[in-house]
Design a protein around this ligand. Structure first.
Ligand code: NAP
Length: 309
């Protein structure tokens, strides 16, 4: 495939870093990165970097019209599920309005828009879910993602929505995810209370990059589910993490969801069936154990640089 011009929004995200790494080492695509933050991804080099906040819609529009990327990958998102309940305006602006903007920009400049959604569009009564299952979000984050999907999928543009869940993996900027949070606590010798409900299939971030690359080369549109091969509850995920990293499992205490006082309600049986992605994109997804072992290897020489979002 000819080299493409790919613009990535929210470039400091965990997902963007995996994409940047893959495109740099496996393709000749030209990258244009948009981020609100100073550039902490200097080790990858060879891209254009623009300090643009994803909420500055007009600046994004001007840049897109100037650069005319073949592909726009939107990784920006208000991903803190509890904060979404309290700051609904920012959550809506980032998770819905931005994507509506990008969809209309991509139609004008004829680019392929790839954007991310979540298993939280489902209510969690009977997951894991297939692409055709009916969304019924139970928290505001899920509602924003559902609204975004509707805006994208009612549009006849070249748009792909990648639903994923519980992303984990290496982040040189020290982004926190559930597994990194568990590791940080165990490393410090702190006890952690983890719910025995809330099932998902944690997604190794590099699998997302591989899937997106296939979506681009195969020019696929519509909805794709990406997740890991193991469907587990949060407590079992934490135990597996402790085992792979050699931390004290007894620090992990099982608790009922009511004991956590989470602001947002979470789906109980969430997670995503990935058969469509495996067969149609021809990808192999990573087991939690393999993903954790890869992460352990990547972190071996790096101290945790814990950054609170
Ligand atoms: N993390 C998960 O477990 C998970 C699960 C399902 C779906 N998803 C979806 O997958 C996508 C990527 O997730 P991720 O975890 O890789 O993202 P992430 O690491 O949380 O980063 C999201 C990026 O969005 C931008 N952003 C966040 N809050 C902002 C705000 N208030 N104003 C302006 N920009 C803001 C920031 O980009 P810059 O500062 O670089 O501009 C930030 O780095 C998102 O759409 C997310 O909803 C994630």
């Amino acid at each position: 495939m000819a080299d493409l011009k790919i613009l990535i929004t929210g470039a400091s995200s965990k997902t963007a870093e995996a994409l940047i790494k893959l495109f740099k080492y496996e393709t000749g695509h030209k990258l244009i990165l948009l981020s609100s933050r100073i550039n902490k991804l200097k080790q990858y080099e060879g891209y254009d970097y623009h300090r643009v906040n994803s909420l500055s819609f007009k600046d994004i529009k001007t840049l897109c019209y100037d650069m005319k990327p073949d592909i726009i990958i939107n990784t920006a998102g208000f991903t803190d599920v509890d904060k979404c309940e309290d700051d609904r305006k920012t959550a809506w602006d980032l998770n819905v309005t931005l994507v509506e903007y990008l969809a209309s920009i991509s139609r004008v400049i004829d680019s392929h828009l790839i954007t991310f959604s979540s298993d939280y569009v489902f209510d969690g009564n009977r997951g894991p879910y297939i692409e055709e299952d009916r969304p019924n979000p139970i928290n505001f984050y899920g509602k924003t993602k559902h609204a975004m999907e509707n805006a994208c999928l009612s549009n006849l543009n070249k748009i792909t929505v990648v639903r994923t869940n519980s992303i984990y993996g290496y982040s040189s900027t020290g982004k926190v995810d559930f597994i990194r949070w568990v590791l940080y606590k165990l490393e410090q010798g702190y006890g952690v209370n983890i719910v025995t409900s809330q099932y998902c299939n944690p997604t190794y971030v590099e699998d997302i990059a591989v899937a997106v690359n296939k979506i681009i080369t195969k020019k696929r549109t519509g909805v794709y589910h990406i997740g890991g091969t193991d469907w587990l509850n949060r407590y079992d995920i934490a135990l597996k993490t402790a085992r792979v990293f050699g931390y004290d499992e007894t620090l992990i205490k099982p608790v009922a969801v009511a004991e956590l006082n989470q602001t947002a309600k979470r789906p109980v049986k969430g997670g995503l069936v990935t058969l469509k992605a495996e067969t149609d994109l021809g990808i192999k997804l990573t087991s939690l154990e393999s993903g954790l072992m890869a992460l352990r290897h990547q972190l071996r020489d790096n101290k945790f640089s814990f950054v609170v979002k």
